[in-house]
Ligand binder design. Structure first.
Ligand SMILES: NC(=O)c1ccc[n+]([C@@H]2O[C@H](COP(=O)([O-])OP(=O)(O)OC[C@H]3O[C@@H](n4cnc5c(N)ncnc54)[C@H](OP(=O)(O)O)[C@@H]3O)[C@@H](O)[C@H]2O)c1
Length: 289
């Protein structure tokens, strides 16, 4: 590792979104930031800024991941301290596989490719993987079951990876060095993006039993998209980066508006409470069917 700075790679850095805000906050804290998107034109301000390293990285394309990894290894001398994975999208149930591909399998692909770099960096200083999860993966969120399931799978996978990588940590510790020891799941609540949140766009299947109330449910989602009901993306990035630069970040970081409500609900409330909260949906369905 030739780099003294903490090196960070972030996926999905389109201007205005969470990845972009994280890139700016890590850079402000003095890190060497690799900001990536599948199309660099979507983060033109970072491409034009000499303080950022920018790369093309499509998390669904193994060749793109391999090329990005080789480029990062070349530019850092072979290591990486923080890996943050954050794209998302949702669509109807026919597309569940693609929802999982983007929100779950992407994390496996990117992590598998970059773990050697994290291990290399971890020989001299802590190295972490951050995956951007969602409160939708914690509690049943109506109409985005595929997205929520993929985020829940991401959390379960991260919990296991944390355990699987632990023995390496001890093996390396005995030779006075550290290893990728922390897989951090960011359970993200509502965050204000500068563009409409694509991943909550609804597209019910033509034969969905909810089709008759699609307008009602879509309206409810767009009301939740009210900017005032969301945490500014810069505040979110500050919370995450503060945690990312600690030697021992927590396993589950709750950040974003209402994320603590999600934590409380999943820790202390029975699942039946969520069912009660779907009262209005049931009322509409009962009226229509
Ligand atoms: N905003 C919230 O309230 C909220 C709440 C809970 C969880 N989250 C999570 O936060 C993360 C970021 O969300 P956001 O609000 O910042 O949304 P966003 O602005 O739409 O960001 C999503 C990013 O993922 C990129 N992306 C999509 N497909 C990709 C691919 N195949 N390869 C690489 N990148 C790809 C997008 O690039 P393009 O511009 O090219 O499409 C974009 O940069 C997501 O994981 C989401 O689940 C957000």
């Amino acid at each position: 590792m030739s780099h003294l700075k903490t090196t960070v790679l972030i996926t999905g850095c389109t201007t205005g979104g969470i990845g972009h805000a994280l890139a700016k906050e890590f850079q402000r804290k003095g890190c060497m930031v690799f900001a990536t998107t599948r199309n660099p034109a979507t983060m033109q301000d970072l491409v034009d800024d000499p303080n950022f390293e920018t790369l093309t990285l499509d998390v669904c394309n193994p060749d793109s991941i391999r090329a990005a990894k080789e480029e990062v290894a070349k530019r850092t001398g072979g290591g990486l301290h923080v890996l943050t994975i954050s794209p998302a999208i949702d669509s109807d149930v026919e597309d569940v596989k693609s929802v999982f591909d983007l929100n779950f399998f992407s994390a496996l692909r990117v992590t598998n490719a970059f773990v050697p770099l994290l291990m290399e960096a971890g020989r001299t200083s802590p190295a972490h993987i951050f995956s951007v999860g969602s409160v939708a993966g914690e509690a049943g969120t109506t109409y985005i079951s595929a997205y929520g399931s993929a985020k829940a799978a991401l959390k379960a996978w991260g919990n296991t990876l944390r355990v699987e990588l632990a023995p390496f940590k001890y093996a390396f510790l005995s030779s006075f060095s550290l290893i990728v020891s922390h897989i951090v799941q960011i359970i993200t609540g509502l965050v204000r993006n500068s563009k409409p949140a694509e991943f909550i766009k609804l597209r019910l299947a033509p034969d969905s039993v909810y089709k008759p109330i699609e307008d009602f449910s879509t309206k409810a989602f767009y009301e939740a998209n009210d900017p005032n009901a969301r945490m500014p993306v810069e505040d979110y990035a500050q919370i995450v980066v503060r945690e990312a630069l600690k030697p021992h970040p927590r396993a589950h970081l709750y950040a974003g508006k209402h994320s603590s409500v999600a934590w409380f609900a999943t820790q202390f409330l029975p699942l039946g409470v969520m069912v009660c909260l779907s009262f209005y949906t049931r009322l509409h369905l009962a009226y229509l069917l």
